[in-house]
Design a protein around this ligand. Structure first.
Ligand code: G3P
Length: 218
């Protein structure tokens, strides 16, 4: 399973890369706004900066919601760097655009996915990645991990090649559960990835090893 970080923060992206586990980055308009990135030139420069740090795929989301706007914006974003993946919302014109981009060899990430039906449509349209939002499904008292599991089962039966990119991950347990449910990729804040490190018995065991070593060695 690949690990992407879900952030537009360059320091976090560098830290994830230094940690040695970074396969890619996803962004969205909210994450760009959080970093104070506004205006076409700033957005362009920021995506270029991310792509200089990361060798893997970098999802850049379109703002347009009509077919021609999505195409124009997506082609522009894809031209910024070879590892840009165009992130397209799960709406009617978005699905049409996924199909257009697939025909042009432009890779895509279909975002804002909350049902298995939407997942089938995106795969039929040729999306490279599919982003079901685990945390936001859980927020509505439904089961985000069950959604990943259902999509993985359908994609395996149907032979769809779209990769399941589990998004809206809120904690380390979501990562473990998404891996078990068949996600190809998880995208999450660095804090959730670092959460995988934590276990009290590791800390207790290490302290004991170091204490015993110190005792034996004076
Ligand atoms: O990038 C999409 C998704 O990961 C957003 O997560 O935490 O805002 O629901 P969240």
């Amino acid at each position: 399973m690949k690990f992407f970080v879900d952030t537009a923060n360059l320091d976090q992206i560098k830290e994830a890369k230094d940690f040695g586990i970074l396969d890619g980055v996803t962004t969205n308009p909210s994450l760009m706004a959080k970093e104070g990135i506004a205006g076409a030139k700033a957005v362009e420069d920021h995506y270029k900066a991310i792509c200089e740090i990361v060798d893997g795929d970098v999802s850049a989301e379109v703002i347009s919601t009509n077919f021609q706007g999505i195409i124009d914006e997506g082609e522009y974003l894809a031209s910024l760097a070879p590892n840009i993946v165009v992130k397209v919302p799960m709406i009617k014109d978005g699905v049409k655009a996924l199909s257009y981009f697939a025909g042009k060899g432009i890779r895509t990430n279909c975002t804002l996915v909350f049902s298995a039906g939407q997942a089938i449509l995106a795969a039929k349209a040729g999306a490279t990645y599919l982003s079901p939002f685990i945390g936001r499904v859980d927020d509505t008292s439904w089961d985000g991990i069950q959604l990943i599991s259902d999509i993985a089962e359908i994609y395996a039966i149907q032979g769809y090649e779209t990769e399941i990119l589990a998004a809206s991950i809120r904690n380390a347990k979501h990562i473990v559960d998404a891996a078990k449910a068949g996600a190809d990729v998880v995208t999450c804040p660095l804090s959730s990835i670092l959460g995988l490190l934590k276990h009290p018995l590791t800390d207790i065991g290490l302290a004991k090893f170091l204490a015993d070593h110190a005792k034996a060695n004076g």
